[in-house]
Design a protein around this ligand. Structure first.
Ligand code: IMP
Ligand code: MG
Length: 180
């Protein structure tokens, strides 16, 4: 039962909602009059993407890409592969990649390279969470929800072994917090 293993709250529902609204306003201003394609990185970004796009006041195309990087572990393997590619052609489009969390940055760095090769007009990142302490590559997150410390978090789309994605808040997975 989800009730029995509810992770302690790091960022509550109201804070997430307020921050997503601010990000959506910023994005709506920055991309006004541009051909916008919003790319959600599966699976973790699906909750944020759903909330974000409904607050973006602009026409936009929405697509998804899926990568594997972690398996069922909590540490980045550094091995990334695209397991579901984009359906849309992004050449000449303004692309905004929506990620749940940027940790080492390895996943996103790989994705950004792959997308940059398709010659979009611009390419930026919007991430709900950012763990700057864990970063292994230089990577700009233009739109960032929250910076968090180096702990393993779950909820609001983020999983541990495919569990906890449906939690309406971001919580700390306690059994892993100490060893990371
Ligand atoms: P990176 O390649 O280390 O930046 O890891 C990126 C991916 O790892 C994210 O898209 C998440 O799916 C996963 N990840 C990294 N940190 C966490 C965490 O604290 N909780 C859940 N998933 C995480
Ligand atoms: Mg992910």
């Amino acid at each position: 039962m989800l009730e029995e293993k509810r992770p302690p709250v790091l960022i509550d529902k109201a804070k997430i909602e307020a921050r997503i609204k601010e990000l959506a306003q910023e994005i709506s201003r920055d991309y006004a009059g541009k051909d916008l394609v919003i790319v959600g990185v599966l699976k973790g970004a699906f909750v944020m993407l759903a909330d974000l796009v409904r607050k973006i006041d602009l026409p936009a195309q929405i697509d998804f890409i899926a990568v594997s990087s972690y398996g069922a572990d909590t540490k980045s393997s550094g091995v990334v592969s695209i397991i579901k590619d984009l359906d849309l052609d992004i050449q000449g489009k303004h692309v905004l990649v929506v990620e749940d969390i940027v940790d080492t940055g390895l996943t996103l760095d790989y994705l950004m390279r792959s997308m940059r090769a398709r010659q979009p007009a611009s390419l930026e990142v919007c991430a709900l969470l950012n763990k700057p302490e864990a970063r292994k590559v230089d990577l700009e997150v233009k739109y960032c929800g929250f910076e968090i410390p180096h702990v393993f978090v779950v909820g609001y789309g983020l999983d541990y072994a495919e569990q906890y994605r449906q939690l309406p808040y971001v919580g700390i997975l306690e059994e892993n917090a100490a060893e990371r």
